[in-house]
Design a protein around this ligand. Structure first.
Ligand code: RB5
Length: 147
């Protein structure tokens, strides 16, 4: 699996920790679009870079991080083809895949600690979309993009 990850200055440390978790899977190719320092950057720019890779097919999934995860998830969900789930717990991360087929995960570096974040990432990667009635609902979500 290929994953593109990005954060604003509010989650640079968390981004490094998440990359370590991804490395632990052994078969995940990670693209890091930054940011790489503590200088202030605008989270919509990071969301745009990560989601461009997902929409183009360069990556299968994306992970976006900011201070709360809120701004960057809102920005990601403005991009056609993106279903971004802001998760602060393992159950939501699992459901985001099983029910919502979320192709982008968002977390907050000032909200979610390193340990829980690792568990959230693992749950989101290991759960599978269940299809069926959930597919009908996801299709309705995607149809909203055209309205
Ligand atoms: C940046 O200070 C902060 O606003 C951003 O990281 C995020 O929390 C926005 O939702």
């Amino acid at each position: 699996m290929r994953i593109t990850i990005g954060s604003d200055h509010g989650a640079v440390d968390l981004k490094e920790e998440v990359k370590m978790v991804l490395k632990g899977f052994g078969d995940i190719e990670v693209t890091d679009v930054g940011t790489f320092g503590t200088d202030s950057v605008d989270y919509p720019d990071i969301a745009e870079k990560v989601c461009a890779d997902v929409v183009s097919g360069k990556s299968d999934r994306g992970i976006v991080l900011c201070g709360t995860g809120i701004g960057i998830s809102i920005a990601a969900n403005k991009i056609k083809g993106i279903r971004c789930a802001l998760c602060t717990d393992v159950y939501s991360a699992k459901m985001a895949r099983e029910h919502n087929d979320a192709n982008v995960l968002a977390m907050g570096g000032r909200v979610t600690g390193i340990g829980p974040a690792g568990e959230i990432v693992r749950a989101w990667l290991q759960a599978e979309f269940q299809g069926g009635r959930h597919e009908r609902r996801v299709n309705k979500i995607m149809a909203l993009e055209g309205k």
